[in-house]
Ligand binder design. Structure first.
Ligand SMILES: Nc1ncnc2c1ncn2[C@@H]1O[C@H](COP(=O)(O)OP(=O)(O)OP(=O)(O)O)[C@@H](O)[C@H]1O
Ligand SMILES: [Mg+2]
Length: 270
């Protein structure tokens, strides 16, 4: 049996009066790619931010590699091998590219004094980014000076080389151009072939990610309402589920503007 790497049980999260998550129970096997879908405001980012240690859950449990864990911070989760790939969370804006690539696993000179080996980090970062096709002006440039897509590329490249056990990708293609999207999808595909990294990927454009997800979960109103192996469902079935949800919400007149399966934005139909 393939071992389970991550599980949430009845995880909930409230922000004051707002309930972002009601009852989110997900499970992730080693090497599995889970696609997490859901409408705007369904709670996808909140769930991922709980798994990265950024938010504490209001209720429920998290198990990592078979043991219950309390994720204390993003660095705590990263030390366990849970890597977030967020434009706004994963990187430190004030640091340059190569220091970000080696955050918390800095290369030091040998000897008792812990002195950073900038030269080695610089050279290795340059080589790794080149290998992965991430295009940036220089590894010396501050992260804050890069575009969203470039930052995303660095965040993904870093997690690949950090030997993550679980990779959490929140809309990794949202800020990407065509070339960058292809690059990110390629990296995920390569990871999947290696089989030792598990991935949770949030995407609005599920047609784009469908092919390399092993399983699809749908999050609606803070709860998982659909859990199916990709081979037992289809883009058509997901589309009809989303359309049904859209119609139900419209009937209740609660529909916020939202993105359609092809990633474009559509408002309510009047
Ligand atoms: N830090 C916060 N403080 C208060 N409310 C929040 C916070 N983060 C999220 N929420 C609320 O929780 C709900 C779920 O938000 P979340 O960002 O998880 O949705 P999402 O599924 O990622 O949506 P999208 O597809 O638009 O990214 C929303 O109603 C949102 O306004
Ligand atoms: Mg989100």
């Amino acid at each position: 049996m393939i071992p389970e790497v991550l599980r949430t049980e009845h995880v909930s999260k409230s922000f004051g009066q707002v309930t972002a998550l009601r009852d989110a129970s997900i499970h992730l096997a080693k090497g599995e790619v889970l696609g997490l879908l859901g409408d705007n405001g369904a709670g996808k980012s909140t769930l991922l931010k709980i798994l990265t240690g950024f938010h504490r859950p209001s209720g429920g449990k998290i198990h990592f590699e078979g043991k219950e864990v309390q994720l204390k911070s993003v660095s705590h989760a990263r030390l366990l091998g849970i890597e977030p790939v967020y434009q706004d969370l994963a990187l430190i804006n004030e640091l340059n590219v190569y220091r970000n690539m080696f955050l918390q696993r800095e290369i030091m000179y040998g000897g008792p004094l812990r002195i950073l080996n900038d030269r080695a980090m610089r050279a290795r970062a340059k080589e790794q980014l080149k290998q992965m096709g991430v295009n940036i002006p220089s590894v010396d440039v501050q992260i804050s000076k890069l575009s969203g897509g470039q930052r995303q590329g660095i965040a993904v490249a870093r997690s690949v080389y950090a030997n993550a056990k679980v990779l959490l990708l929140d809309e990794p293609l949202a800020a990407m151009g065509v070339k960058e999207s292809a690059m990110i999808l390629d990296v995920i595909r390569r990871l999947k072939e290696k089989g030792d990294v598990s991935v949770v990927i949030v995407a609005h454009n599920y047609a784009q990610i469908f092919d390399f997800c092993d399983r699809i979960n749908l999050l609606q109103g803070g709860q998982i309402t659909f859990d199916r192996r990709t081979r037992d469902t289809s883009v058509e079935e997901l589309t009809s589920l989303v359309v049904r949800e859209y119609r139900a919400a419209r009937e209740q007149n609660l529909r916020p503007p939202s993105r359609t399966p092809d990633g474009s934005t559509s408002g309510p139909i009047h």
